[in-house]
Design a protein around this ligand. Structure first.
Ligand code: ZN
Length: 448
């Protein structure tokens, strides 16, 4: 790329057109083999096959991509910005909030460099995800757009309870509440703190101390109360469900997303198919423990439980796919696989039976839809933010190329180059200054 083009893309001040590109638009099932995308004032202005391309004149920068792939910036629907190589929930809970905030800032930059332009954080220490979201939006630090949650809400003895019972009832990553009144109060407290999304822990988890992943820990009444309250305030709800009943309680309550969805029986799948809820399978959670559990000396409960859960999990994804239940990519990484390796989830979705284009849609168009941001992000359509990713390979032939930093040529956020080999060739991404996100409104309630 010419230096003048590079400077113009980094500044984002002038209009640009990317021509001669393979377009994967995040929505269609087929790519456009030779197409263009035109960017004006942070948004996509026009797109189509090269046969429809006309020069615009003026000072528009035309960047010839020479057949490289252009797709929407990727979306990860399940991250925890504060994760940083922790080996247990106890270790997460013992991380001071100050360290957690620094982790959050560093990890946000890593995800942006990996081509992720929007992430949904589904559980944090203190209120770090909101602070990271606002610092990025204000242009103080580099990172993707963040849809922020507070601490994970769960019951005493549930997934987030790591403490002996003679200690306090509040831990780091989670907050223990019991009963419908207490859960409603916690939802309201988090809304006051500025969250976009509420995260509930409705079942145990492999890494949990007291509850197994097949145990249902929140009652149907508690889940219904929390979802109803969050929705009244225009917030979405993501629910950790690994047990059969947790998924059903969450679906009947109208949750926006089921996280993990490890166990889905016929009844759950039937409820799912007629709901507006989406599944975020987080297969990186499963495969990272299976791949690295022994090497990292993870606790036996976690490894043994994951081995039991594997078949349930993969069959849940396969059956959800057959029933056309929306599946969105969420990696849940940061502990076994580091941040920046989020695209492993795309690889695992393919391993679980999705076609490459289905896995890419799960990471772009479908992810945007389930976050209530359809037409704004995750698609190469006019009017959407110009969040773009250029890769010098064809991910439809091998989705693993998306996880290869050498292949990431350009990452754009709202029409400005913020990462990729083309714009940070010698000094690394840190040479790119952060900038305020102008078009996105944090805390914009989801229209329901
Ligand atoms: Zn998680």
């Amino acid at each position: 790329m010419k230096q003048a083009d590079r400077d113009a893309l980094i500044s984002g001040e002038v209009a640009s057109a990317f021509v001669d590109a393979r377009l994967i638009d995040g929505i269609a099932d087929e790519p456009v083999d030779n197409g263009f995308v035109r960017v004006r004032e942070g948004r996509i202005a026009e797109t189509g096959p090269m046969s429809a391309y006309r020069k615009s004149g003026g000072n528009e920068r035309v960047v010839d991509l020479g057949g490289q792939t252009l797709l929407p910036g990727l979306i990860d629907c399940h991250v925890h910005c504060v994760y940083s190589g922790f080996r247990s929930l106890e270790e997460i809970d013992r991380c001071p909030v100050e360290t957690a905030a620094i982790n959050g800032v560093v990890n946000a930059g890593l995800m942006l460099d990996a081509g992720y332009t929007t992430v949904r954080d589904v559980g944090t220490i203190g209120n770090v995800a909101v602070a990271v979201r606002d610092a990025i939006a204000a242009g103080k630090v580099r990172g993707p757009r963040v849809i922020a949650s507070g601490q994970i809400i769960g019951p005493t003895s549930g997934m987030i309870d790591t403490l002996p019972s003679h200690w306090s009832t509040s831990s780091g990553l989670g907050v223990c509440v019991d009963g419908t009144q207490a859960i409603v109060k916690e939802v309201r407290r988090q809304i006051k703190n500025g969250v976009d999304n509420i995260k509930l822990g409705a079942s145990g988890v492999e890494v949990g101390r007291y509850a197994y992943s097949w145990m249902t820990t929140l009652s149907a009444e508690e889940i219904t109360a929390a979802v109803g309250e969050a929705h009244r305030w225009g917030r979405t709800v993501a629910i950790h469900c690994q047990s059969f009943d947790a998924a059903k309680f969450a679906l009947r309550a109208g949750a926006d997303t089921i996280e993990h969805g490890t166990r889905l029986d016929d009844e759950a799948l039937a409820l799912f198919a007629k709901s507006r809820t989406a599944l975020v399978p987080t297969l990186s959670t499963l495969f990272s423990v299976l791949e690295l559990g022994e090497t990292l000396n993870l606790m036996p409960k976690q490894r043994e439980e994951m081995a039991v859960n594997k078949d349930h999990w993969l069959s849940a994804v396969a059956r959800a796919r057959e029933l056309n239940i929306p599946i969105a990519a969420g990696s849940d990484i940061g502990n076994r696989y580091p941040h920046g390796r989020n695209a492993r989830e795309i690889e695992f979705l393919v391993r679980a039976g999705l076609s490459p284009i289905e896995a890419l849609k799960a990471t772009t168009g479908t992810a945007a839809r389930i976050l209530g941001k359809q037409g704004t992000i995750g698609a190469l359509t006019p009017g959407a933010y110009a969040d773009l990713l250029v890769v010098d390979a064809n991910p439809l032939q091998d989705v693993c190329v998306l996880g290869d930093r050498e292949r990431i040529r350009l990452v754009m956020l709202e029409g400005r180059a913020v990462g990729g080999r083309e714009v940070a060739p010698s000094h690394g991404p840190q040479s790119l200054a952060p900038f305020p996100i102008r078009l996105w409104q944090p805390r914009e309630p989801v229209a329901r």
